[in-house]
Design a protein around this ligand. Structure first.
Ligand code: HEM
Length: 547
C-alpha cells in the first residue's frame, strides 16, 4: 500500500513537474516569440523614423543614412508604395514635396528602394545632366522582356553609346525623318478617313483607337518597313495585325504594372503577380514575330542583291543588318530587343499626347478656331492638305502642342527613372550610389512660381509672353522638358514632334471638334500607366470642314 501510494505520489509529482516545466517552457517560448516580434517591430519602427523612411535608413554608412533634405516616412516597411499603386502618383508626389517643403529634393522609400525626386528646374537639370545618373533602374518586367539589351534600359557604357549613335544617324536624323514625311502624311490622311467613316456610322468618335493604330503603323513602317491591318474586317495581314496588337497591349501592361518584386527582393521568387511568367510567354511570341521579320529582310536582301549596291529607303531592320558589314553586328536577340523597344516608346506617347490635345480643342473652341484660321491662311485657296513643310509656318499650332506638353506631359515622372551609379552631390545634398532618381516634370510645369496660372490652358503664353517665347521643349530648358534632358534625353523627340504636328494640323484642317452633346463635357481625369492617359478616353464629334 505504502509503496503503491508512494508510486502514485511519485507519479503525480512527476506529472505536475512535467506540466509545470512544459507550461513554463511554452510560456517562455511564447514570450520569446512575442519579444522577438516586439524587437523586430521596434527596429522597423525606429528605422522608419528616418527622414525618407526605411530604405534610406538601411543605407550603408551613417552619413548616407540621414538625407539632409526632407522626406515623408510613408508606412513602416512599405513606405510610399500606395502612391505608386494609385492613378496619379505625380500629383501625390507633388503634394508631398510642397507639404514637406522639399521641391528641390525629396527623399522617400518604397519597400527597400531608396528614392529621390526633384520638383524644381534647378535640381532637375543637375540630375538629368549628371553622368552619375546616366543609368536606369531595370524593373523586373523590363529585364524579362530583354529590354536591358535595348537602348532605354541598357547600362550606360559602350553598348548603349553604340545604339544611340546608330539610331541617331539612321532613324532619328532630320534626313531620315524627312524621308518618311510622305508616309506620315499618308497615315494622317488615313486616320482622317477612318474618323469620317466612324462619324458617318455612329455620329460620335472615340479617337484613342484611331490614333493608337495610326501611330503604331507609323512606327512599324519606320522600324520594320511594313504596315498592318487592325480592323479585323478585310485586307492583307489582318491575322498578323491582331497578333501584333495583342503583344503590344500585353507589353504595355507588363511594363506599366507596379511590381512588388522590384522593391521587395524576397518576394522575387514568388512572382505572386505572375509578371515574370507573363513576360516569358510574351518574349517567346515576340521572338517568333520579330525573328520572322528579320529573316524575311535577310532573304529579300539576298534575293535583291542588296549587297551589290542597290539603293532604297531602308527601314531600321535594314540598318541593323547593315552593321554586319562594318563588323558591329548585333546578335538576333539584341536586334529584337532594340526593334521592339522602339514600338513601345514611339507609339503611345504620340497617340496619347494627340488625344489630350484634341480633348483641349473640344474644351476650348476659341483656341481651335484660331488654329484653324492659321491653317487656312497657310493653305490659301489651294484646297490642298497640310504637309510637313507647312509646319514652320504654323506657330500657333506649335504653341498648342507646347502648351499640351506642359499641361499633360505624357511622361509626368519622365517615364523611366534614373539610377545613381556612384555617390554624388546634388547641390550640397549627398545622394548615395544605387538611389533611384526621378524628376517630377508635372510638378514643375504646374508650379505657379515657374508658370503663371499653371492650371489655365493658354497657348498664347508661348506666342505673346516675352519670357516664354523661346522656350524649347527639347531638353535645354528644364521649366518644360517633357522629353527629358542630358545623355539619356529622348532620342525620338524630333520624330515624335513631327508626327504630332502634322497629324494635329491634318485633323484640325479636316474637322471641327465638338463635344458629344451640350451637357457632355470632356473629362480631364488622368491615369498614369506607362504614359499619362485620359482616365475616360475622349468621345466627341468630328464634323467635316469644307477645305
Ligand atoms: C511625344 C512623344 C514622346 C515623349 C513625350 C517621349 C518622352 C521620353 C522621355 C521623358 C524619356 C526619358 C528621358 C530621360 O530619361 O531624360 C524618353 C526616352 C526614350 N524615348 Fe521617348 N518620347 C516620345 C517619343 C519617342 C519616340 C517617337 C521614340 C522612338 C521611336 C522614342 C524613343 C525613346 C527611347 C529609345 C528612349 C530611351 C533613351 C535612353 O535611355 O537612352 N520616344 N522619351
Amino acid at each position: 500500500m505504502m509503496s503503491s501510494e508512494y508510486h502514485h505520489l511519485l507519479f503525480l509529482s512527476r506529472a505536475v513537474l512535467k506540466t509545470t516545466t512544459s507550461s513554463l517552457s511554452s510560456f517562455f517560448a511564447l514570450n520569446l516569440e512575442a519579444l522577438a516580434c516586439a524587437v523586430f517591430f521596434m527596429a522597423v519602427f525606429s528605422l522608419w523614423l528616418f527622414p525618407g523612411g526605411l530604405a534610406w535608413a538601411l543605407s550603408k554608412s551613417k552619413a548616407q543614412r540621414c538625407p539632409r533634405f526632407p522626406g515623408p516616412h510613408g508606412l513602416p516597411l512599405t513606405g510610399l508604395l500606395t502612391i505608386f499603386t494609385g492613378a496619379t502618383p505625380h500629383r501625390a508626389l507633388a503634394d508631398l514635396a510642397r507639404r514637406f517643403n522639399a521641391l528641390p529634393l525629396m527623399a522617400f522609400s518604397v519597400g527597400f528602394t531608396r528614392f529621390v525626386v526633384s520638383s524644381h528646374p534647378e535640381t532637375a537639370k543637375e540630375i538629368l545632366n549628371s553622368s552619375a545618373f546616366a543609368d536606369r533602374p531595370v524593373k523586373e518586367s523590363a529585364y524579362e522582356l530583354l529590354f536591358h539589351r535595348a537602348m532605354g534600359f541598357a547600362p550606360y557604357g559602350e553598348y548603349w553609346r553604340n545604339l544611340r549613335r546608330i539610331s541617331a544617324t539612321h532613324l532619328f536624323s532630320p534626313r531620315r525623318i524627312g524621308d518618311f514625311g510622305g508616309f506620315r502624311k499618308e497615315m494622317g490622311l488615313k486616320m482622317v478617313a477612318q474618323i469620317r467613316d466612324l462619324m458617318a456610322k455612329k455620329g460620335i468618335v472615340g479617337v484613342k483607337k484611331v490614333l493608337h493604330f495610326g501611330s503604331l503603323n507609323n512606327v512599324m513602317m519606320t522600324v520594320f518597313g511594313r504596315c498592318y491591318e487592325f480592323d479585323n474586317e478585310k485586307g492583307h495581314g489582318v491575322g498578323d495585325g491582331v497578333e501584333l496588337e495583342k503583344m503590344v497591349s500585353e507589353g504595355y501592361e507588363l511594363l506599366g504594372i507596379f511590381n512588388w518584386s522590384d522593391h521587395f527582393p524576397l518576394l522575387g521568387w514568388l512572382d505572386f503577380q505572375g509578371v515574370r511568367k507573363r513576360c516569358r510567354v510574351l518574349v517567346s511570341k515576340v521572338n517568333a514575330f520579330v525573328g520572322k521579320i528579320i529573316e524575311e529582310h535577310r532573304a529579300k536582301r539576298n534575293m535583291n542583291g542588296h549587297e551589290n549596291g542597290e539603293k532604297k529607303v531602308g527601314d531600321f531592320v535594314d540598318v541593323l543588318l547593315d552593321l554586319e558589314k562594318n563588323g558591329e553586328k548585333l546578335s538576333d536577340s539584341d536586334m529584337i530587343a532594340v526593334l521592339w523597344e522602339m514600338i513601345f516608346r514611339g507609339t503611345d506617347t504620340v497617340a496619347i499626347l494627340l488625344e489630350w490635345i484634341l480633348a483641349r480643342m473640344v474644351l476650348h473652341p476659341e483656341i481651335q478656331s484660331k488654329a484653324q484660321a492659321e491653317i487656312d491662311s497657310v493653305v490659301g485657296d489651294s484646297g490642298r492638305s497640310i504637309s510637313d513643310s507647312d509646319i514652320p509656318n504654323l506657330p500657333y499650332l506649335q504653341a498648342i502642342v507646347k502648351e499640351s506638353l506642359r499641361a499633360h506631359p505624357p511622361g509626368p515622372l519622365l517615364s523611366w527613372a534614373r539610377l545613381s551609379t556612384h555617390d554624388v552631390f546634388i547641390g550640397h545634398d549627398f545622394i548615395p550610389a544605387g538611389t533611384t532618381a526621378m524628376v517630377n516634370m508635372w510638378a514643375i510645369t504646374h508650379d505657379e512660381k515657374v508658370w503663371s496660372e499653371p492650371e489655365k490652358f493658354k497657348p498664347e503664353r508661348f506666342t505673346e509672353e516675352e519670357a516664354n517665347r523661346d522656350v524649347s521643349v527639347m531638353g535645354s530648358d528644364l521649366r518644360l522638358a517633357p522629353f527629358g534632358a542630358g545623355r539619356r534625353v529622348c532620342p525620338g523627340k524630333a520624330l515624335g514632334l513631327a508626327s504630332v504636328h502634322l497629324w494635329l494640323a491634318l485633323l484640325l484642317q479636316s474637322f471641327k471638334w465638338l463635344p458629344c452633346d451640350d451637357n457632355n463635357g470632356v473629362d480631364l481625369s488622368e491615369c498614369l500607366k506607362l504614359s499619362l492617359e485620359m482616365k475616360n478616353p475622349l468621345l466627341c464629334r468630328a464634323v467635316p470642314r469644307s477645305i
